[in-house]
Design a protein around this ligand. Structure first.
Ligand SMILES: NC(=O)c1ccc[n+]([C@@H]2O[C@H](COP(=O)([O-])OP(=O)(O)OC[C@H]3O[C@@H](n4cnc5c(N)ncnc54)[C@H](O)[C@@H]3O)[C@@H](O)[C@H]2O)c1
Length: 214
């Protein structure tokens, strides 16, 4: 396959991450799924699933059998990292971004120049920029996209997941997707990944200009 994404890593193998990982693997891309749950990792590596979603068992079994999908507790280098960890509300109803922060801390050591990081978790406005800020602290050697005019080493984008449970495999492919890059280059790069498996329209967007000026 002619693609700049020979290997993709999906962080968080739950109701969103596992179907996403399996669909991308079914397109012939090597996918490594990372989860903190040993039970999830062991179950997936046996070609089985630990969640309930129609037809996902067959897709995962096929992807694991062909060697395109495997799960791990430990992140490894890849061209793209898709973050699909939980984003629950805290007691005060503020969104809890600690899972995203933990996922980023985990993958930071293996991130390389040219990598794409996509946030799929449902998140408040500004979270993608928060990821860029966190990454700049975790990996000061990398130039992150915190300014639209820059030539960053890393591409960061947000593509919120909107699938309906029970129809996830169909909707992952047929739904239109909104792909927001921190910069236009980030959005362009992320479009390339989604176009590998999405048949719906991929709509490209960026933060509005005033956010850059404030
Ligand atoms: N489930 C849905 O129908 C749905 C639909 C749209 C959006 N979303 C959003 O997608 C995101 C993921 O939801 P979900 O339903 O897949 O959650 P989930 O609880 O089913 O799966 C999350 C997975 O992430 C793992 N995880 C937690 N911390 C981790 C870390 N630091 N590193 C690696 N893995 C980690 C967990 O062990 C779990 O397997 C949330 O933001 C949710 O709001 C979910």
């Amino acid at each position: 396959m002619l693609s700049s994404f020979a290997k993709v890593s999906v962080i968080g193998l739950g109701y969103i991450g596992l179907p996403t990982a399996a669909v991308i693997a079914s397109r012939g891309v090597e996918v490594v799924g990372v989860d903190v749950s040993e039970h999830a990792v062991n179950t997936i590596n046996q070609g089985k699933i630990h969640i309930v979603e129609p037809d996902l068992d067959m897709l995962v079994q096929a992807a694991v059998t062909t060697g395109k999908l495997r799960a791990s507790l430990t992140p490894e280098p890849a061209q793209a990292f898709m973050i699909a960890v939980p984003t629950p509300f805290k007691d005060d109803k503020a969104p809890d971004l600690s899972y995203i922060r933990a996922a980023l801390e985990n993958i930071a050591p293996v991130i390389e120049k040219g990598n794409l990081i996509i946030l799929e978790s449902t998140s408040p406005v500004g979270t993608t920029e928060q990821i860029a800020q966190w990454l700049s602290e975790l990996r000061p050697d990398l130039k992150v996209p915190l300014d639209p005019s820059d030539n960053a080493d890393i591409f960061i984008a947000h593509c919120p997941e909107r699938v309906l449970p029970g129809r996830v495999l169909q909707e992952l492919v047929s739904n239109d997707r909104i792909i927001g890059g921190i910069t236009d280059r980030c959005a362009e790069k992320a479009m390339g990944l989604y176009q590998l498996f999405v048949r719906g329209e991929c709509l490209r967007t960026m933060p509005a200009p005033p956010r850059w000026q404030s």
